[in-house]
Write a protein that binds this ligand. Structure first.
Ligand SMILES: Cc1cc2nc3c(=O)[nH]c(=O)nc-3n(C[C@H](O)[C@H](O)[C@H](O)COP(=O)(O)OP(=O)(O)OC[C@H]3O[C@@H](n4cnc5c(N)ncnc54)[C@H](O)[C@@H]3O)c2cc1C
Length: 496
C-alpha cells in the first residue's frame, strides 16, 4: 500500500507558477518500505490553483456538472480517466438513454434534453427517436451513436469554457475530514502527479472514488451489502438486418439455446440487442459477470477478459438463433466495464424504497424520474429470475403518469461543505439506486450539482446548507422539469 504524505505539497507561490517544475516530481525522498507491506511515499509535487471547480469523472453526471457550472460562469476543470467524455454511454458502449417519459410527458429537461435533441438533429439516434421525438411525442428510450455523443460533449465543454483533462485520474485528496472541507485533489497522468487546488469539487466517478478518498461515509457493494449486482461488458454491433430482426421471440430463443447447451452459463436474463442509430448498428447488453467486485482490480480485470469471451458467445447465439443477425459483426467491446453497482455515498438524504413506493415528491427535488427498480439477477437460480421479473415488470413499477423526486440531499456527502457527488454514486438505497442509475437521471443530477456549486460560490452557502428554493428556481430557468408546487429553503434531510 502506498501513502502519499499530505504535508509534502508545494504551493504554486513557492514554485513561482503552477507547473513550474515541468513535471510531477520535484524529487522523491524519505521513501521507505516497511516489513508490514506498507510503502510510505513522500515527494513534492507541483500545485495548480485558480479553479473554482474540479469535477472528477466525465460520464453523464460529470460532463453535465462541468458544462452547466461553466455556463454559469465558473472556472472548471474536468478530469477524466479515459480519453473521452460520456462514461458508460461511450467508453462502456451503453448507448441507450432510458427512461425519458412517465408515459404521458417527458420527465427529462435541461442539458440532457439539449444533448438528446442535438443527436436526433444529427441523425445519430435510433429511428424511433428520430420520428417520435422530432414530432414532440414522448419516447421512453432512445439509442444513440456513442461516437456522436463523444463529439458533442467535446464541443459543449469547449463552448462552455471547461478545461478537459483526459487520461487524468484522481488518486488522492487533501481533505479536512473534521471540517468536512476538501482543499485539493492529486491527479495522475502522463505528466506525473499534480495537486489541483479549487474552491469546490464534484465526485462524478460512478464509484464515489473522491468521496471515499476524503473519508466521507459510503456504502460499498459486497462490503456493506451481502450481494453485488453483476456487471456486463457491452459491445458495439454492425450488420444486423432490422427488417428481419425482432426481439419478440428472443426469450424463447434464449431458452432454446440453454436447452441445447449452447451457453457456458444458463443465464435467462438477456437485455440483448438494442438499435442505436439509423443504420444497421446496435449495442449488445448480454452476459452477466457474476461475482465481480468493481472496487477490486483483480476482479475487474478478470471480468474484462471473461466479458470479451461472453460477448463472442452471445454474438454466436444471435447469429445462430435470431433471424436478421446471421451476419452480425462485433465491432468493439467497451473499454470500460459496464458496472451497475459499486459504492454509494451516505448523503444528507438517502432516497429509499418507501419514498419510491410512495412516488414521493420533495420541495427540494432537483429532478423527477420514472424508471422501475432494475436489480439484475444476482445468480442463476430460478428464484432470482422470478424476483427480477416481478420487481421490474410488476411490483412497484411506476404506472402511466407516475414519477418520483430526487431530493438535493442525495448529492451531498453528510455534513460536507464544498464536496458534492453526482450520478450513480448518489445517496440512495440499493433498490432505488437500481432505478435512478440511468444516464438521463445521472445527467440531471450532474446539472443540479454544477448549479449548486455556482450558487454556493456566489453566496457562501455550504453544500450541506444551501438554499434549495433558489437552486430549484435556477434549475427551472435552465429547462429542468420540476413540478413541485411548494419550495423550501432548506433541504429534506434524513430523520435522526
Ligand atoms: C450494462 C449496463 C447497462 C445499462 N443500461 C442503461 C440503459 O439502457 N440506459 C441508461 O440510461 N443507462 C443505462 N445504464 C446506466 C448508466 O449507463 C450508468 O449508471 C451511468 O452512465 C452512470 O453515470 P455516471 O456519470 O455516474 O458514471 P459513469 O458513466 O460510470 O462515468 C464515470 C466516469 O468517471 C471516470 N472516472 C472514474 N474514476 C475516475 C477517477 N478516479 N478520476 C477521473 N475519472 C474517473 C470514468 O472513466 C467514467 O468516464 C447501464 C449501465 C450498465 C453498466
Amino acid at each position: 500500500m502506498n501513502e502519499i504524505s499530505r504535508r509534502s505539497f508545494l504551493t504554486s507561490s513557492a514554485l513561482g507558477t503552477a507547473g513550474a517544475l515541468g513535471g510531477s516530481a520535484a524529487h522523491a525522498g524519505e521513501n521507505t518500505a516497511s516489513s508490514q507491506g506498507i510503502y510510505r511515499l513522500t515527494r513534492e509535487i507541483s500545485v495548480e490553483e485558480g479553479f473554482d471547480l474540479v469535477v472528477a469523472g466525465g460520464g453523464p453526471a460529470g460532463a453535465a456538472a462541468a458544462i452547466c457550472a461553466a455556463r454559469l460562469g465558473a472556472k472548471v476543470v474536468l478530469l477524466e480517466a479515459t480519453g473521452s467524455l460520456g462514461g458508460m454511454g461511450t467508453s462502456a458502449l451503453v448507448s441507450l438513454w432510458y427512461s425519458l417519459t412517465d408515459g404521458i410527458r417527458s420527465v427529462v429537461g435541461g442539458l440532457i434534453l439539449e444533448v438528446i435533441q442535438a443527436l436526433c438533429r444529427d441523425n445519430a439516434a435510433s429511428p424511433n427517436a428520430l420520428t417520435s421525438f422530432k414530432k414532440g411525442n414522448p419516447v421512453g428510450a432512445i439509442g444513440f451513436q456513442p461516437e456522436a455523443l463523444k463529439l458533442l460533449l467535446d464541443k459543449l465543454c469547449h463552448d462552455a469554457g471547461v478545461e478537459v483533462r483526459f487520461f487524468t485520474r484522481v488518486v488522492e485528496a487533501d481533505a479536512d475530514s473534521r471540517q468536512r472541507r476538501l482543499h485539493g485533489v492529486i491527479t495522475s497522468n502522463v505528466e506525473g502527479l499534480r495537486y489541483l487546488r479549487a474552491k469546490a469539487f464534484i465526485d462524478a466517478t460512478g464509484d464515489a472514488i473522491l468521496a471515499d478518498l476524503c473519508g466521507a461515509a459510503a456504502r460499498a457493494a459486497g462490503r456493506d451489502t451481502p450481494k453485488i449486482m453483476p456487471p456486463t461488458l457491452c459491445a458495439a454491433l454492425a450488420d444486423i438486418d432490422f427488417e428481419k430482426f425482432s426481439k419478440k421471440n428472443q426469450q424463447a430463443m434464449v431458452e432454446q439455446a440453454i436447452a441445447d447447451g449452447f451457453f457456458s452459463q444458463a443465464d435467462r436474463h438477456v437485455p440483448g440487442v438494442i438499435r442505436n442509430g439509423p443504420g444497421n448498428t446496435a449495442m449488445m447488453n448480454a452476459g452477466h459477470l457474476f461475482h465481480t467486485n468493481a472496487l477490486k482490480t483483480r476482479s475487474l480485470s478478470d471480468a474484462m477478459s471473461r466479458g470479451r469471451r461472453l460477448v463472442q458467445e452471445y454474438a454466436a447465439f444471435y447469429r445462430k438463433y435470431m433471424p436478421g443477425c446471421e451476419n452480425m459483426q462485433v465491432v468493439a467491446t467497451g473499454t470500460l466495464l459496464g458496472v451497475r453497482e459499486s459504492r454509494r455515498i451516505v448523503g444528507e438524504y438517502e432516497l429509499n424504497h418507501d419514498d419510491f413506493k410512495a412516488r414521493r415528491h420533495f420541495p427540494d427535488q432537483i429532478a423527477v424520474y420514472c424508471k422501475a427498480i432494475d436489480i439484475h439477477v444476482y445468480d442463476l437460480t430460478p428464484e432470482e429470475y422470478k424476483r427480477y421479473h416481478e420487481e421490474y415488470t410488476k411490483l412497484d413499477k411506476p404506472k402511466r403518469g407516475e414519477s418520483y423526486g430526487l431530493p438535493y440531499g442525495i448529492l451531498v456527502p453528510k455534513g460536507w461543505t464544498n464536496l458534492w457527488v453526482a450520478g450513480r454514486c448518489n445517496s440512495s438505497d440499493v433498490k432505488v439506486n437500481g432505478a435512478i442509475r440511468d444516464q438521463p437521471a445521472c445527467s440531471m443530477m450532474g446539472q443540479a450539482a454544477g448549479t449548486a456549486v455556482v450558487q454556493s460560490l456566489r453566496t457562501g452557502q455550504p453544500a450541506c446548507d444551501l438554499d434549495t428554493a433558489k437552486l430549484v428556481e435556477t434549475l427551472r430557468a435552465s429547462g429542468a422539469y420540476l413540478p413541485q408546487t411548494e419550495l423550501s429553503k432548506t433541504m429534506t434531510r434524513a430523520k435522526v
